[in-house]
Design a protein around this ligand. Structure first.
Ligand SMILES: Cc1ncc(COP(=O)(O)O)c(C=O)c1O
Length: 351
C-alpha cells in the first residue's frame, strides 16, 4: 500500500556544509525528518519535513516520566548506488515490543516501512559509498500529551531522524564487570529500548571512565555473578574455539547483530553456546589462557573487540590474536550489509 505522506520540501540542502571525512558519531543530521502524531486514538497522516526543533508543551509526559522508546538502524549504499537496510523487520518488531512495555501505542508496519523508504529516497546523497560509511537511522517515540498525571499519555510523536556516519571506532575498549550497580532488573524494562535504560547507565559508566574503563558489562542484578550485556552492545566470549553468549531474557536487549552472529556461527560451523556465562568462569578462563576473545556486538560498531576487563581487584588483559572471531564476523556482516556477498538469510532489504 502506498501510504499518504505529506512532504514539505527543504529550501536548500545543507549537505555541502558537512565535512563527511570528519564526522563525530551522531552529531550531524540530514535534511529531513519523519514525523507522525498519535491523536484521538490513532496515528495521523505522517509528514516528512525539514529537520529542525520541535515545539512541545513543558508538561509533555516524556519530560516527566520518560515515556519514550527508540531504535537504531543503518542504511548502506553499494557500488552501484543501490540502498539497503539491514534486517529492518527486526527493528520494526522491536520498537513495538519496546512501545508495548512502555504503554505506548504500537506503530503500524506500513507507516514504518513507507516512511523509511520515502525518507531515505530524499536523503540518498547523505549515504556515502564505501565500507564503513552509512546513514545511522534513529526512529523514536515520545509521549507528547501535556498533562503531568503519572499515567500513559493519550498523544505521542513517532519520528525518524538520520545521521551520516563513518566507520565507527569506539577506541580501545576495556570493561568493568558490574558488581554494585545494575542496568536492569527481572520484570523491568531491560529488554526494551527505553530511553531511561540509557540514562540510568550514565552515572555508573562515568565512574568506570574515571578508573580508565570505557564500558561496564552488566551482570544479573540479584547475584552479579552472570554476565549479561554492555551499555549498547551484547557480549560474546570465546573460550578456546567456542563462542559463548548469554541467552536473552527480560533484562537484556535482543540485539539484531547478536542474533545475526549466532546464525553466522552456525552457518560457518563455529561452536556457539547460548547459555549463562559466569564471572568466575571467565576469570578462570582468563587465568588459564583459554579465554581468547571478548567482543561486543551492536548496530553502531557491528563488532567491537574488548581488550581487557576488571572485576574486584583483578585486572585481565586479553591476548592479541590474529584470525579473531571478531574480525571474521565483522567482515561477514559488513559484506552482507554492503551487498558484496550472498545474503542467504534475506537480511538485506533494498530501499
Ligand atoms: C542495550 C543494548 N544492547 C545491545 C545492543 C545491540 O543491539 P543491535 O545489534 O540490535 O544494535 C544495543 C544497541 O542497539 C543496546 O542498546
Amino acid at each position: 500500500m502506498d501510504l499518504d505522506i505529506n512532504i514539505q520540501p527543504i529550501k536548500q540542502s545543507k549537505i555541502n556544509t558537512i565535512d563527511f571525512d570528519n564526522l563525530t558519531f551522531g552529531n550531524v543530521f540530514s535534511d529531513y525528518m519523519f514525523e507522525c502524531d498519535f491523536v484521538d486514538g490513532k496515528w495521523q497522516t505522517p509528514v516528512i519535513k525539514p529537520y529542525g526543533p520541535l515545539t512541545l508543551d513543558p508538561s509533555a509526559r516524556v519530560f516527566h516520566y520518560g515515556q519514550a522508546v527508540f531504535e537504531g538502524m543503518k542504511a548502506f549504499k553499494d557500488d552501484n548506488d543501490a540502498l539497503f537496510l539491514f534486517r529492518p523487520d527486526e527493528s520494526f518488531k522491536r520498537i513495538n515490543t519496546s512501545a508495548k512495555r512502555l504503554a505506548i501505542p504500537e506503530f503500524p508496519e506500513e507507516y514504518f516501512f513507507n516512511g523509511l523508504k520515502k525518507l531515505l529516497h530524499l536523503e540518498t546523497e547523505w549515504i556515502k559509498k564505501g565500507k564503513g560509511n552509512s546513514l545511522y537511522i534513529r526512529p523514536f517515540v515520545i509521549a507528547t500529551e501535556g498533562a503531568i498525571s503519572a499515567s500513559p499519555a493519550n498523544q505521542y510523536k513517532f519520528m525518524i531522524i538520520c545521521s551520516p556516519s563513518q566507520a565507527y571506532y569506539a577506541g580501545e575498549v576495556r570493561v568493568i564487570f558490574a558488581q554494585e550497580y545494575s542496568r536492569a532488573a527481572s520484570g523491568g524494562v531491560g529488554f526494551a529500548k527505553a530511553a531511561g535504560n540509557y540514562a540510568a547507565q550514565f552515572y555508573p559508566t562515568s565512574l568506570a571512565h574515571k578508573k580508565g574503563y570505557q564500558q561496564i558489562v552488566w551482570t544479573d542484578a540479584s547475584s552479579h555473578e552472570f554476565l549479561e550485556e554492555a551499555g549498547t552492545m551484547n557480549i560474546f566470549f570465546r573460550i578456546n574455539d567456542t563462542l559463548i553468549t548469554a541467552p536473552t531474557n527480560d533484562r537484556i536487549l535482543d540485539g539484531i547483530t547478536r542474533k545475526s552472529i549466532i546464525q553466522l556461527a552456525k552457518d560457518y560451523n563455529i561452536d556457539i553456546e547460548v547459555r549463562r556465562v559466569s564471572v568466575s568462569e571467565i576469570k578462570e578462563a582468563a587465568r588459564n589462557g583459554s579465554l581468547k576473545e571478548i567482543f561486543g556486538s551492536g548496530t553502531a560498531a557491528v563488532v567491537n573487540p574488548i581488550l581487557g576487563f576488571k572485576h574486584s581487584d583483578d585486572v585481565f588483559e586479553l591476548p592479541k590474536i590474529t584470525d579473531s572471531f571478531a574480525s571474521f564476523f565483522k567482515e561477514k556482516l559488513t559484506n552482507i550489509q554492503y551487498n558484496t556477498s550472498e545474503d542467504p538469510h534475506g537480511w538485506r532489504y533494498k530501499v
